[in-house]
Design a protein around this ligand. Sequence first.
Ligand code: PLP
Length: 390
Amino acid sequence: MAQDGVDSMGINTRLAHSGNNPHDYFGFVNPPVVHASTVLYPNAAAMAARSQKYTYGTRGTPTTDALAAAIDALEGSAGTIMVPSGLAAVMVPLLAFLSCGDHVLIVDSVYHPTRNFADTMLKRLGIDVEYYDPHAGAGIASLIKPNTRVVFTESPGSNTFEVQDIPAIAKAAHAAGAIVMMDNTWATPLYLRPLDHGVDISIHAATKYPAGHSDVLLGTVSANAACWKQLCETFNTMGCCAGPDDVYQVLRGLRTMGVRLDHHQRSALDIAGWLEGQKGVARVLHPALPSHPDHGLWKRDFRGSSGIFSIVLAGGGQKQQHALLDALKIFGLGYSWGGYESLAVPVFLGDRTIAKGPYDGPLIRLQIGLEDVDDLKTDLARGLAAAASA
Ligand SMILES: Cc1ncc(COP(=O)(O)O)c(C=O)c1O
């Protein structure tokens, strides 16, 4: 933590003041954006021993150190790496801890490109990939094999928002000598600190809420003390560092993430609750709603909810789904989330083997942005009317 005592303060104070210490750099409030490959050494002995803080651009700069320190303070982690996208943040730790002949358990409601990486690259490298039910909880023990090295979780799950019993999963995994990784992008470390719940490695698409403006791609991976060395060694071996401008933009985004998330949370809950009462909506898949089957687990472990959830239409198919999407005027049709603007996407569950329903009708995922709630409700009402008459 950059400034004495900030660690024990409120979350918005910490977001405003963590990472860099302005007085390390002439008092400028923000850290320098260091564009670097070469770092000079004062003499041959220092070069041979690499006995200085910075040695080469891929291995860290004052800019990456500032963001890593801020994220470590939020996550309670021993170290954080920054990579060029959220998907790279999924890939690097899996490559760091899995070898040919190992078995990995991945939650079935995982972000689709994570599944694609596992089904293509990991399988090609000789790793046994198996998907588990997001509601497995302690029962995951029955799936663990002698060669299980990693359990990969994402909670709530992508698109269908099942909440997992992370402490129970971590207990079973650790008892068998496996480690637990969690894609924690939905909650951010403000609403869930995975390492406090037994997770070893916390993964974020910082592209989403930390960046917050749909203009940056970045991933972060934070490890506990036991896993940090191996994660960092793999990161250095691969040379997949993030660019300094993107790292800086995410640190900039962190300063306002608390107030933005609070707004996303309130608007999303208001709209989700309203949608539950709308004709044409069979279910709203938002874990902070009391009607959600995993609401109890969410309440036990999470400190808040973010701005993305799904709705299930009351019957119909792709025609109704497309009619709703095409009628929207404020919600954009586009992938990703966590930015200031509202988005809607059709949900595809064809890749799932376990967490695939049945659902009453097609699913649509909504990212609730920072616009005024009444305007967003008007837009959604227009979409539901279009679906009803399709
Ligand atoms: C849960 C989750 N993890 C990871 C990612 C990947 O992030 P990026 O778009 O930065 O590759 C996404 C992107 O949508 C996501 O939803």
